[in-house]
Ligand binder design. Sequence first.
Ligand code: CAA
Length: 258
Amino acid sequence: MAFETLQVSTEGRVGLITLNRPEALNALCAQLTDELAKALGDFEANADIGCVVLTGSKKAFAAGADIKELQAGTFVELYTNDPFAKSWEAVSRFKKPIIAAVSGYALGGGCEIAMMCDFIIAAENAKFGQPEINLGVMPGSGGTQRLPRAIGKAKAMEMCLTGRMMDAAEAERAGLVSRIVPVDELAEDAMKTATTIADKSLPVAMMTKEAINTAFETTLTQGIRFERRVFQSQFTLEDQKEGMAAFVEKRTPHFKNR
Ligand code: CAA
């Protein structure tokens, strides 16, 4: 399928999705979010893809939901159609590893979608924020829930109540992003990181991601129990035999993703 608001490509076992509405700083209109869900579905179903990178332009990862589209919305319409739910679940429930590579603005829904990814690599010019309060609304795609989990209550409260932006350095100090890289190196760095992940055993990478996400949804005791069971189950995988044999034989493992 040809996409109008995204560029989608593959490099080895990495899928690359580039948000592409430069005229609106990649504002997340309905067509874009539908296309994003479709592109992710395709990558999820493609056994040759082991990791995905989601990125935007140098100026904007995404400047949030499309305000011009949202402006005339009504409660009943938003409640009954729940326009973001399906697309956002395609990101937050994506089972393979997915990295957000953020350059420029990641605001509102843009910051929220980056936080739905497994981790964020930020360019030096990245700016994160939840400015919805300036529009007379609050974050509606996870901002009030994922931001405090990522950076703690004090900073999340300040960001959401004032609408101020956080630069890349502050975002790294606060734990919102895993690393900062020069703007011109972001694409290459994110693809290299994704390739490193895509070369691991896919089922093990998926289970690792699932276990870390479980940490945010259970008690410590339940989480530890879940981790132990999944760890034990991995001894049914050929990849466990291969990984450990390769270590003992001092060679590179060749995972078969089974
Ligand atoms: N929706 C629709 N259009 C947007 C947009 C958005 N979120 N953000 C930018 N644009 C458009 C602008 O309207 C402008 O279009 P025109 O040329 O047709 O006027 C174009 O993109 C370029 O934007 P600017 O001229 O404003 O660029 P700038 O460099 O001066 O400013 C900015 C950049 C600070 C990011 C500014 O565009 C801005 O504040 N954007 C809105 C950010 C925002 O409030 N996001 C939250 C949206 S609500 C949300 O996301 C809800 C949710 O959680 C579900």
